[in-house]
Design a protein around this ligand. Structure first.
Ligand SMILES: CCC/C=C/C(=O)SCCNC(=O)CCNC(=O)[C@H](O)C(C)(C)COP(=O)([O-])OP(=O)([O-])OC[C@H]1O[C@@H](n2cnc3c(N)ncnc32)[C@H](O)[C@@H]1OP(=O)([O-])[O-]
Ligand SMILES: NC(=O)C1=CN([C@@H]2O[C@H](COP(=O)(O)OP(=O)(O)OC[C@H]3O[C@@H](n4cnc5c(N)ncnc54)[C@H](OP(=O)(O)O)[C@@H]3O)[C@@H](O)[C@H]2O)C=CC1
Length: 291
């Protein structure tokens, strides 16, 4: 696959198939917009004319994007917010409304997990990942929907989940949370259709964002091999799919989950933690295990 740029200057020039001005004057809120997929999405939306708001827990990350947007003359609101905190979520939406008006599009991208064998995950660790990826995502989409319904306006939600239907050893907590988001999105898509609200999920496979640095180097070294394209994806790939799902081109798409994983779900073994000998490939390793 053709390499895509990772630098901010690269995001300015990254090739795009979406039409110029596609999101002109639309208000787009991107959670986790200070890094990785969220940052690429914020950039793409700004290039397409949107007024962008981003949030995350770390002020420095947001500041980096704020500076870059100011240099380019792009409007941006950046606010720290832990999406698990319902008061913080309300304040975030208040701030976006005060600055730009009610968002038209919510990109619910913030999330993540730590990799750990399922039998080792503590109750606190389980709660941290479920509250981040399921509860936090839910609070954001419900808050958006409540405000759209109150204003008699439609809106679009794109939830970023993960392509883990086949199971992904090391992230049982995150797999549970993402399945919850996918299923909640299906039901909400039905309940909120009368209000003109669309909700879809993007389930990325492995994407070469800084986020992958939370996985051990040995696991990362094998990521590209567990994929028929022998490659990981790029945040810009995800951004453009989010752009499609958020656009009117996808107006007849709701309650769906689009998997973008280079075919990873179809082939290859992905271990985010050390692979137990039981699953070894070589005869010698297997024999060692049995003896
Ligand atoms: C490859 C698969 C595809 C997906 C790829 C991606 O998503 S790439 C994008 C990836 N990007 C990201 O993943 C980035 C975002 N991810 C995160 O910020 C964290 O993973 C989070 C979701 C846990 C945040 O929750 P938080 O702010 O509440 O975090 P906290 O630090 O306060 O921990 C709370 C509790 O969780 C537990 N625990 C935590 N870490 C470990 C560990 N390494 N080991 C063991 N346990 C761990 C521990 O119990 C801890 O409590 P303790 O023992 O300290 O009292
Ligand atoms: N990269 C990959 O291979 C894959 C990624 N994904 C998912 O895609 C999304 C984006 O990940 P990616 O860009 O790769 O990695 P990053 O780690 O760069 O992005 C995660 C973002 O979420 C923010 N975030 C995390 N927790 C919270 C919280 N509680 N409240 C507010 N913001 C939060 C982080 O900011 P901060 O820490 O400052 O809060 C960060 O900006 C995540 O949901 C991730 O799990 C799914 C499958 C594969």
């Amino acid at each position: 696959m053709t390499a895509l740029p990772v630098s901010e200057a690269g995001l300015d020039d990254a090739p795009m198939t979406l039409a110029d001005g596609l999101f002109r004057d639309r208000v787009v809120l991107v959670s986790g917009g200070g890094s990785g997929i969220g940052k690429a999405t914020a950039w793409m939306m700004a290039r397409l004319g949107a007024k962008v708001a981003i949030c995350g827990r770390t002020a420095e990350r947001l500041l980096g994007v704020e500076t870059a947007f100011r240099d380019r003359g792009w409007p941006l609101l950046a606010q720290t917010c832990d999406i698990r905190d319902e008061q913080a979520v309300e304040s975030l939406f208040d701030a976006v409304e005060a600055r730009f008006g009610l968002p038209n599009i919510l990109v619910n991208n913030a999330g993540g997990q730590f990799a750990l064998a399922a039998d080792k995950i503590t109750p606190k660790g389980w709660r941290a990942v479920i509250e981040t990826n399921l509860t936090g995502t839910w609070l954001m989409m419900q808050t958006a929907a409540q405000r759209w319904i109150a204003a008699s306006r439609g809106g679009v939600v794109v939830n970023v989940t993960a392509a883990n239907e086949r199971g992904m050893p090391g992230i049982a907590h995150s797999s549970a949370a993402r399945a919850g988001v996918v299923n909640a999105s299906r039901t909400a898509a039905v309940e909120w259709a009368p209000y003109g609200i669309r909700i879809n999920c993007l389930a990325p496979g492995l994407v070469d964002s800084g986020g992958l640095s939370v996985y051990p180097p040995e696991a990362r070294a094998g990521f590209h091999r567990a994929n028929p394209q022998r490659s990981v994806g790029h945040p810009w790939d995800m951004a453009q799919i989010i752009g499609f799902l958020a656009s009117d081109s996808a107006r007849y798409v709701t309650g769906a989950t689009l998997t973008a994983d280079g075919g990873g779900a179809l082939w290859g073994d992905l271990w985010t933690i050390e692979r137990p000998v039981f699953f070894s490939d070589t005869q010698q390793e297997a024999a060692d295990h049995v003896s």
